[in-house]
Design a protein around this ligand. Structure first.
Ligand SMILES: Nc1nc2c(ncn2[C@@H]2O[C@H](COP(=O)(O)OP(=O)(O)OP(=O)(O)O)[C@@H](O)[C@H]2O)c(=O)[nH]1
Ligand SMILES: [Mg+2]
Ligand SMILES: [Zn+2]
Length: 436
């Protein structure tokens, strides 16, 4: 906060908004940044507006902070520019001097999408989150293909997805039919639950994933019922009027910016505005994004480059014919695979341009930007609320492990020499090799 930069950070209080350690940062990259900014303090981004950020060092005590000058320029993939995804987003930890943000601390997870527009950009939807609640109404909003798209972006960011079907109370809502439409996703270990978001007990249904120190994010289309449970969370005051904008025509409130709420449980929950476009960034792995079963089948096709359309010996089409794979899910997989490949191509050419513009002074090829990490991915929540209709949490990985998973074919890494874990080219299933 302004004028408070000389006191040491209060880590016990920071922990209530998700600080990952008992005391000072234990991550060497965080330590190095702190050393580079003597006198700076860590804070979490709790609100992200078009005009700037609100940071917090404690629950419910936010303060506005200016962005670094280089973030005020148009985001570009140029040596002198900072692309959008390398700027802070809600959920990020930053270093500040009480007035201005000095540095963005490395993320452990990030849910990203490709930003709309002519030039390739990535937009961070939420950073440092453990669980993403993919909220979908059991009304006209219900669309398994759209949920699969969300799972690709969520799983691709190293975040555990949970599908939350709302409006189970509406006439015509058929939770059972919805569950069976999502059976393949549930079989990969994704919890799928239905609830009435308006029911005060609904928020309890999310509690198993909101243990102390954890951060969840609500994503889904506008009107799906993302904000409604945040108003009924135990001990949670209703959203302040300033946080929502009345949508007079339909008489409801639309969230207009991303905001992090510190819950009395010690967890954090990020509410986001509804998203219309969900384009992959090109960094996603389809196997981690809810298609591990199809990727495993694809490894058994006769041809390495099988397009799963009309080739002989295609194990994927055989599964459709045998009735074990839904044809529309396969069509969605093929569409998303093409989008991921297209985005990966655009990303690679942006990185190459950036490296060229830097000139020969820089050693080695470019690093993939802002790659999310899974450093703390092994966590499993232990709590379970009895009053709701959500199954218990399951492990993070969406891939089907064990003998069912076919061996992946090795391919060359597009970013050799990178110190980050490389996930291989995105256009087809590949190994999670470490570059070197
Ligand atoms: N009947 C019923 N209505 C619900 C339920 N959940 C949400 N609603 C209603 O749906 C409308 C939209 O809910 P919100 O929670 O504001 O939706 P949102 O996903 O936050 O929407 P955006 O902020 O625009 O992205 C409100 O009028 C809610 O009262 C539910 O489970 N059952
Ligand atoms: Mg909302
Ligand atoms: Zn095939």
């Amino acid at each position: 906060m302004p004028g408070m930069t000389d006191a040491a950070p209060d880590y016990a209080t920071l922990r209530r908004i998700g600080w990952p350690w008992e005391g000072p940062a234990e991550d060497p990259e965080w330590q190095a940044l702190a050393a580079a900014h003597p006198g700076s303090r860590p804070a979490r981004v709790i609100e992200q507006h078009r005009t700037g950020y609100v940071l917090a060092e404690a629950p419910e005590v936010g303060f506005r902070a200016e962005s670094p000058p280089e973030w005020m320029r148009r985001p570009v993939f140029r040596p002198d520019g900072v692309p959008a995804h390398e700027r802070a987003a809600v959920g990020d930890w930053v270093l500040h001097d009480g007035r201005r943000i000095l540095a963005l601390l490395p993320r452990r997870t990030a849910i990203k999408r490709a930003a709309a527009g002519e030039h390739y950009q990535q937009q961070v939807i939420a950073a440092n989150v453990d669980t993403a609640f993919v909220v979908c109404g059991l009304d006209l909003d219900f669309n398994p293909r759209r949920i699969e798209r969300y799972l690709l972006l969520v799983g691709g960011g190293g975040v555990q997805p949970v599908v939350v079907l709302t409006k189970a109370d509406l006439d015509g809502a058929n939770a059972e039919a919805a569950r069976s439409a999502l059976a393949s996703v549930a079989a990969l270990g994704v919890a799928v639950g239905a609830l009435v978001a308006r029911d005060p007990r609904a928020a309890g249904g999310l509690a198993p994933w909101l243990a102390p120190g954890r951060t969840g994010v609500l994503v889904g289309s506008s009107g799906a019922g993302k904000s409604t449970p945040t108003n009924t969370l135990p001990g949670q005051a209703r959203m302040k009027p300033g946080q929502v904008r009345a949508r007079a025509a339909r008489g409801r409130h639309t969230t207009t910016y991303r905001a992090l709420l510190a819950l009395p449980s010690g967890a954090c929950l990020i509410d986001t505005p509804g998203m219309r476009e969900l384009k992959p960034t090109g960094e996603e792995e389809l196997a981690d994004g809810g298609f591990a079963d199809i990727e495993a089948l694809a490894a058994r096709c006769r041809f390495n480059d099988c397009a799963h359309r009309s080739e002989p010996g295609c194990a994927v089409r055989a599964a459709v014919e045998a009735g074990t794979l839904d044809a529309s899910r396969l069509a969605n997989y093929l569409k998303l695979r093409e989008e991921v490949a297209g985005a990966a191509h655009r990303l690679a050419s942006r990185l190459a341009q950036k490296a060229d513009a830097r000139g020969p002074a820089r050693k080695g090829p470019p690093r993939p930007p802002g790659r999310s990490r899974r450093r703390w991915a092994g966590w499993r929540p232990a709590l379970r609320s009895a009053s709701v209709d959500l199954p218990p949490p399951r492990p993070v990985r969406l891939s089907r492990a064990g003998p069912a998973a076919a061996p992946r074919r090795a391919r060359r890494c597009p970013w050799p020499g990178s110190s980050r874990a490389c996930r291989g080219p995105r256009s087809a299933p590949g190994p999670r090799a470490r570059c070197g």
